[in-house]
Design a protein around this ligand. Sequence first.
Ligand SMILES: [Fe+2]
Length: 171
Amino acid sequence: MKTEERILIIGDTHCPAMHPRYTAFLRDCRNELVPTRVVHIGDLLDFREISRFQQNPNRELFRAELRRARRQVEALVDLFPRADWVLGNHELRYYKAAERSGLGSECLQPISVLTGVPWRTHRSGKLLIRGIEFHHGDQVRSSAFPAAALAAARGRHVVLGHHHSKAAAGK
Ligand SMILES: [Fe+2]
């Protein structure tokens, strides 16, 4: 007999810019749906202050952003102590900043330690669960229906983040 799996997908929270009522919304979802598994599909954090667009990166501003982000992230971790975390392009800013500095990302502390998020990370930006591809989506060409386009190209169900207003499940 197949066991039923209910996967709750969270995407593009961009902490510390997460909507103030989003945690309450997720609590309602958790209580109603009783998920067996949780996937954050990327851009959990924004990392604005270490973006390549930032002309004058400043350590204190980054630390302040991280402190504010961690307060929001803690609320999510309280709700969901276990989850998979597919890293998005905003999380990759952490590694790219280290590469630009010449330090190299191998010298960094794990992103789970930096952020206080104990979830299982997937730096490839993808995760396959029972033949369904969970994909952050920043590598997918933008189109009117990027999830449907990727699903057609892959020949499998796809759940896509990143595109915000366009994100959707496709087949
Ligand atoms: Fe993204």
